[in-house]
Design a protein around this ligand. Structure first.
Ligand SMILES: [Zn+2]
Length: 518
């Protein structure tokens, strides 16, 4: 809770005036106590935080996921009959009244936990599988899945209105049903976009009277935002008299650290929204791969900066201002720190994977064959070149972080997290470099290399332990024993502690140890 309170102060400093707080199972619901996890925040604690935030001009409103993203509810056997697909915990059945009984109870608790706030975010994204159960199928066949989805949306929006709250809804399902979703993310040929929208827009319009009018439609896009489809979607809402706001992202789904330049991405969508007269901006901070909250701050601050003044600072000017505000005027030279660290972590993410990365580990890389020295290094030439560069960069970053730690006037915990991440990510590059020595045709070098592999294994153990220690200052590292497992495809759902973060290392290091003993 202390970290939440400190975070409110920090948000207020940057004039961020609202928070959408996705509770999932981290609120100790009273009407549906089964849904709250054992370590959940009590409703009174949450109401106190909401009051504290309001005094600092930050309004906290709840997000309670519905229709899809409902594993935290539907994982419980008690609620299994409400699943659209009995085998999947993901989505509610929109035609079962029981769905609304559960959701409305959770909403009421969420209102009590955020007294006086104006909004209720109902989620509604990435639903996937409705329209297939015996209750829904006839209706979906007759009216279509879009209408079925809008039925759910109308019900929850009516409930919000009755309780004095303005509903907010992620908009993706509308465009998925209309067949234009991909035009919002990828660079299609303009002609192709036009064709898809010529087909899609009549589908969207066919149920025009069914879109709730009191709802805010949240156009979310986490990439550079000028895709033709993204622009058309904003224009479609406007043409149809529906209120749209935009959502950018301080973090996409990357493990450990954002792995692209979030500030650039956030600025681009806010600039577009400004051109389109959009008056509400949200910056999401997703934890699919559960990075530390500190890693979101640069994005959140950028969102505050550009939302208030889209045509204000340039990206370079932002970086300097950010460093000054966060750490002090002595720290403004570290303008490459974040871009270098996100590139380093991006290499760590795939360094030991033959195919894929940590999100979808398909295969870890092979090891040198003493019978065919040099072959492994040839095969991994590009990887090894990058490892050399990363190992050098690591030292630069380490020195810079140490200097910042010395000079900074505030937010040293942020630097501690950055340092722990830096020391942790480089172990993959170090491992590759010592394995290269094991691939030498020189017998002496090979045996020295094998000795160094042992050191890198120890280096990893120390860095991993340190990372967990730093994380643990502000978050729980594992669920308590009585926690009902909530497994789905998000990385952070794979295990009940942080061990999913090092699945690749565990796999690869076991392979290395066996290889060393051969
Ligand atoms: Zn159904």
């Amino acid at each position: 809770m202390k970290y939440y309170y400190d975070s409110i102060d920090r948000l207020a400093r940057y004039k961020i005036n609202a928070v959408i707080f996705e509770f999932e199972d981290k609120l100790r619901y009273r009407r549906r106590p089964l849904v709250g996890a054992p370590q959940a925040i009590s409703m009174d604690e949450m109401a106190a935080l909401t009051q504290y935030a309001r005094e600092r001009h930050v309004e906290i409103s709840p997000l309670v996921q519905g229709l899809g993203h409902a594993t935290f509810i539907l994982k419980h056997e008690k609620y299994a009959p409400l699943r659209e697909d009995p085998e999947s915990r993901w989505a509610f059945c929109p035609c079962d009244e029981g769905t609304y009984e559960v959701l409305f109870d959770l909403y009421l608790d969420a209102f009590d936990a955020t007294p006086g706030s104006r909004y209720l975010h109902v989620g509604g994204d990435e639903v996937g599988e409705i329209g297939q159960c015996p209750r829904c199928k006839p209706r979906a066949d007759k009216e279509g899945k879009l209408a079925l989805n809008l039925y759910w949306l109308r019900r929850v929006c009516e409930f919000a209105q009755k309780n004095g709250r303005i509903p907010i809804f992620w908009d993706d399902m509308l465009f998925k049903y209309a067949g234009v979703w991909n035009t919002m993310w990828s660079d299609f040929e303009p002609k192709e976009v036009t064709q898809l929208w010529e087909k899609g827009e009549p589908i969207l319009d066919s149920v025009l009277e069914q879109y709730p009018k009191n709802c805010v439609y949240m156009r979310w896009n986490y990439t550079l935002a000028r895709q033709e489809g993204n622009i058309r979607a904003l224009e479609w809402f406007k043409k149809r008299g529906l209120k749209a706001w935009i959502a950018t992202a301080a973090q996409n789904v990357h493990p450990l650290f954002p792995q692209d330049d979030r500030v650039n991405i956030i600025q681009s969508f806010i600039n577009l929204a400004d051109e389109k007269d959009i008056d509400g901006m949200l910056c999401t901070a997703w934890d699919d791969s559960s990075p530390h909250m500190e890693t979101y701050w640069r994005g959140l601050i950028a969102s505050g900066e550009f939302s208030w003044n889209p045509g204000g600072r340039s990206l370079d000017e932002f970086e300097v201002a950010f460093l000054q505000r966060e750490f002090g005027p002595e720290c403004v030279d570290a303008t490459h720190l974040y871009s270098e660290l996100f590139q380093a972590v991006s290499f760590w993410n795939r360094a030991l994977c033959e195919k894929g990365n940590r999100r979808r580990i398909q295969e870890v890389i092979g090891l040198p064959d003493p019978g065919d020295p040099g072959e492994w290094s040839r095969k991994n030439e590009e990887r090894l070149e990058m490892a050399v560069a990363e190992a050098e960069k690591y030292l630069r970053l380490k020195a810079q972080l140490a200097e910042l730690m010395h000079k900074s006037r505030r937010n040293r915990y942020h630097l501690e997290i950055m340092s722990a991440i830096n020391d942790f990510q480089v172990t993959s590059a170090h491992m590759l470099l010592v394995l290269k020595e094991c691939d030498s045709s020189n017998e002496k070098k090979r045996s020295k290399g094998r000795e160094k592999v042992q050191y890198v294994l120890v280096e990893f153990d120390i860095a991993w332990k340190k990372l967990q220690e730093v994380y643990e200052k502000t978050r729980f590292l594992s669920y308590p024993e009585e926690y009902v497992q909530d497994r789905y495809f998000h990385m952070a759902s794979r295990t009940e502690d942080l061990s999913w973060m090092v699945e690749v290392e565990e796999q690869f290091h076991n392979k290395v140890r066996t290889w060393l003993n051969q």
